[in-house]
Design a protein around this ligand. Structure first.
Ligand SMILES: Cc1cc2nc3c(=O)[nH]c(=O)nc-3n(C[C@H](O)[C@H](O)[C@H](O)COP(=O)(O)O)c2cc1C
Length: 165
């Protein structure tokens, strides 16, 4: 084996997971951000975690109101999901810019992309500094699934979004 960097390793581990982190902005509308660094943590009780750059607008929102929904986006919105990963909710309404159809989630004021395979409704429990990111540890309140949507994955590190097969 050869010594490689961690970013190079992320290319070798492709396809990597992709989520869309949905948070509520102060005006009640939804911000969407693309996040690969997430994981299941526990099934008893149900917990997940994800890491976002300290500067992210989504992070600011979840630290403020503790509410977040992680979704696994469907292949139909690949271009929009890439767009949500290269713009910030600080100055962009991503839903209108990328023309993303939203759906309601029972019991939550946060909306999600209609083309989602899974939605994990969470309440943020705690967060920890990890290098230039914060790791958000969340209790899972509800989970929804739609098998008819094919999941997106990140290829070549994080440069392309395509299905796993
Ligand atoms: C495929 C892909 C995966 C990404 N994964 C992450 C991630 O795991 N953590 C992170 O902080 N940013 C990640 N990003 C970058 C964020 O989506 C980007 O910084 C975005 O502008 C944050 O939006 P916000 O400021 O509205 O929260 C990813 C981008 C792409 C395209």
């Amino acid at each position: 084996m050869q010594k490689i960097s961690l970013p190079q390793a992320s290319k070798l581990t492709s396809p990597n997971p992709v989520t869309v982190v949905c948070t509520e902005k102060p005006d009640g509308t939804t911000n969407l951000a693309t996040v690969s660094w997430w994981t299941y943590l526990s099934f008893k009780s149900n917990m997940i975690a994800y890491a976002m750059a300290k500067t992210s607008y989504s992070g600011e929102m979840v630290r403020n109101n503790k509410k977040v929904i992680l979704t696994i986006p469907g292949t139909k919105i690949a271009d929009a999901v890439m767009g949500c990963g290269s713009t910030t909710g600080r100055d962009t309404d991503k839903v209108s810019k990328f023309n993303i159809e939203l759906a309601d989630v029972e019991g939550s004021s946060i909306k999600i992309p209609a083309h989602s395979r899974v939605a994990i409704v969470c309440s943020m429990k705690e967060y920890h500094e990890v290098g230039d990111h914060y790791l958000y540890i969340c209790d899972v309140e509800q989970v929804y699934g739609n098998e008819s949507e094919e999941a997106l994955f990140a290829w070549n590190g994080y440069s392309q979004l395509r299905p796993a097969k």
